[in-house]
Structure formats: C-alpha cells, structure tokens
Design a protein around this ligand. Structure first.
Ligand code: ADP
Ligand code: MG
Length: 353
C-alpha cells in the first residue's frame, strides 16, 4: 500500500502531494478534472507503464519534458521510497535509491490492481488480457514465475526470428527441446495458480453475479498432443507465417458463466461485474500469498452498474481489506465506509474535502 504520493507533470496534473488513507480513499470531481490521471499515475508508479496502454510520451504534461512520480509505500512493515522519472532520456526507476530492478521492482514494492471502465475487456476482449491476468497472480504467488516467463519469452523471440529468417527446418527443430522445457514451466506455473485461485474466483463470482462461474486453462496447443508433437506438425506453417503457432503464448483462460461461454454475455454491466470479480479474486489470492494488503484502484465504479450491482461490488471490495482509491463524479455517488479519506479534484488540483 501507499501512504504518500507525489506527482509532477503527469497528464493534466502539474503538482500533487497527498497523504493517503491505508483503507478507503475517494477522489471526486467533474469530468476531465484529473481523476483518471491520478489513478493512472499511481498505476504507473506500481507498474512502470500505463494501465490504459497509453504511450508514455503522451503522459507528460503538455509543454513539459518529463514527469516524476514518487511514493512512500509499505510492504507490511518496511517503508520504501519508490520513484519513476520519464524524460527524453527514457524511463528511470528507483526503489530505495536502487535503479537496477526496473518495473519488476516497482511491482514488488507496490502491487496493485485496477478496475476501470474498460475492465469488461478482461472478459470480452482477446486472450492477451486474460494471460496477463493469470501471469500477474502467478508473479506474486509463484516464486519463479517471472524468471520462467522471461526465459520463455526470450526463447519464443529467438524461434520466431529464426522462422522469419527462413532458417532450415532442422535448425528450428534443434531449438524445440529448450522451447518445450521453458513452455512447460510457464504452463505448470499458470495451472498451479489457477488451481490456487479457483475457489476464490468462484466465491467472488457468486458474490457479484449470484451465479456459478467456472474457469478452464486453455494451454495454447491441441490438448490431445504434447507441445513437441504440435511444434513438429506445425513446422511448415510456422515457417510460412514466420511465427510460432503453438505454445503458452497462445494460451487463454476460458470463463464459463451458467455453462455458457462468458464472452458471449450480452450485457456490458454483467461483463464488468464478472471482470471485477476476477480482479478481486486475483487481489485476494496475491494478498494471501504476500501476507499484506494490496492497493486497488477503482476508476468510476458507478459507471455502467445499477445501484444493486454497485452495492455488491463495494461490499465485496470492503471485505477484501485492501487499500482502495476510488473515483466518482460527485461525493454522494459512492457510498463509502466510515473513515473514508475524501479528496476533491478540480483542474488537476487535489484538496482534502
Ligand atoms: N499530457 C497531457 N497534458 C495535459 N493535459 C492532459 C494530458 N493528457 C490528458 N490531459 C487532459 O487531462 C484532463 C483530465 O483527464 P482525466 O484525468 O481523464 O479526467 P477525469 O478522469 O477526471 O474525467 C483532460 O481534459 C485531458 O485532456
Ligand atoms: Mg476518468
């Protein structure tokens, strides 16, 4: 969690310096006042990138050359000072004065999740977001996941480069053993994590949607075959297309809702609730593993949810015991717990309300 957060020249925020509550914080203000900018800045500090996928250059306040973010965080006893500076020279990350760790060090110092108006894409969009979702949990729960993931990604890049260069099939084959080994570790780690999180996922699904959810890991190659076989059979096509068609980089998380495929759910509101249930379950699973409360950013949770659904979401969030920073258009639009720290924002300026 984060106690103090300082921003300079991030999107419309020229300067902000706020003391946050370890429990519930509410930031309210009119459209375009800077609510999303604030949460995006926080998420950037915890991830080294934008949660909206915005190019970093667009995040520097117009007319300026760099943005700087700073936070005092708490990882369950120890205070940490973390900072990010983005200038023409690129991105600079510091955790307790150390510039070595990069985005992974930020993610360790300030683990966070986001529920924003785009969250339904986790259910309705392509598989990449769902892989990232699983990998986020795995990163916090499984000790070696980041290493396995990085090594697999490197092997995939090399294999794809060889395919693009039309290397002889024999040369491609000679990579297969290592590729399969690294793929196997990534695959196993994701399966273990889904297994660990499954009960919690089902529990939040029931709490938010009143229905039974089911999740199935789809491994990214024909389940009747070993990856080795799939690679062997696919080698001609891989060479034609210049990319590896089979492997955990093509995996997905299939979500079943009342025995139907959840991507076909018609209502955006239901997709939002389902995706939110997944985010809350991921947060709880990581919290349990890390034994400390995480940070949850709720950008305009009232959007697209009826009063009942919003109520269920906020009740579930309250039960999680994490640090929350929520935004809304008016102070009355969200029913927040007693002791909530409230900020009002106007044209990028934050003041306690
Ligand atoms: N790089 C930037 N420099 C200055 N202003 C920006 C930049 N990027 C976005 N903005 C502006 O910031 C304002 C606030 O946006 P946002 O934080 O999304 O508002 P809210 O979430 O409160 O509706 C918008 O008017 C937007 O045009
Ligand atoms: Mg907004």
């Amino acid at each position: 969690m984060i106690h103090r957060f300082k921003v300079s020249d991030f999107r419309c925020i020229e300067a902000a310096d706020v003391e946050l509550s370890p429990d519930f914080n509410l930031i309210w203000g009119a459209n375009a006042s800077g609510k999303t900018s604030f949460l995006e800045a926080l998420a950037y500090l915890g991830r080294g990138k934008s949660f909206r996928g915005a190019p970093t250059a667009n995040l520097v306040r117009h007319g300026e050359t760099e943005f700087v973010l700073f936070g005092e965080t708490d990882d369950g006893g120890r205070m940490r000072r973390i900072g990010v500076r983005n200038s023409r020279e690129g991105l600079e990350v510091r955790v307790d004065g150390n510039g070595e760790g990069g985005a992974a060090a930020l993610a360790e110092a300030l683990p966070l999740q986001v529920i924003d108006p785009e969250v339904h894409n986790l259910v309705a969009g392509g598989p990449e977001l769902r892989r990232r979702f699983l990998d986020w949990v795995a990163f916090h729960v499984e000790h070696d996941h980041l290493l396995a993931w990085r090594r697999f990604r490197r092997a995939l890049k090399q294999r794809n480069a060889a395919l693009k260069a039309k290397a002889p099939a024999a040369a491609i084959r000679s990579w297969n053993a290592e590729f399969v080994d690294l793929a196997g570790r990534l695959d196993a780690s994701r399966r273990r994590v889904l297994e660990t999180a499954l009960d919690v996922l089902v529990e939040y699904g029931a709490a938010l949607l009143g229905t039974e959810l089911d999740f199935d890991y789809v491994q990214g190659w024909n389940r009747e075959k070993t990856l080795e076989q799939a690679l062997e059979e696919g080698i001609e096509r891989d060479l034609q297309q210049g990319v590896t068609q089979h492997g955990p980089h093509r995996a997905d998380l299939k979500i079943c809702y009342d025995e139907r495929h959840a991507r076909k759910l018609v209502s955006r509101g239901q997709q939002k609730l389902l995706a939110s249930a997944m985010i809350l379950a991921a947060t709880e699973t990581a919290q349990t593993a890390l034994e400390r409360p995480l940070l949850l950013l709720l950008d305009d949770p009232a959007a697209e949810l009826d009063a009942d659904s919003l109520d269920r979401l906020l009740t579930a969030v309250g039960g999680l015991g994490c640090q929350v920073i929520a935004t809304s258009l008016t102070q009355a639009a969200l029913e927040t717990p007693p002791g909530t720290r409230v900020f009002h924002v106007e044209q990028g300026v934050f003041s306690p309300a």
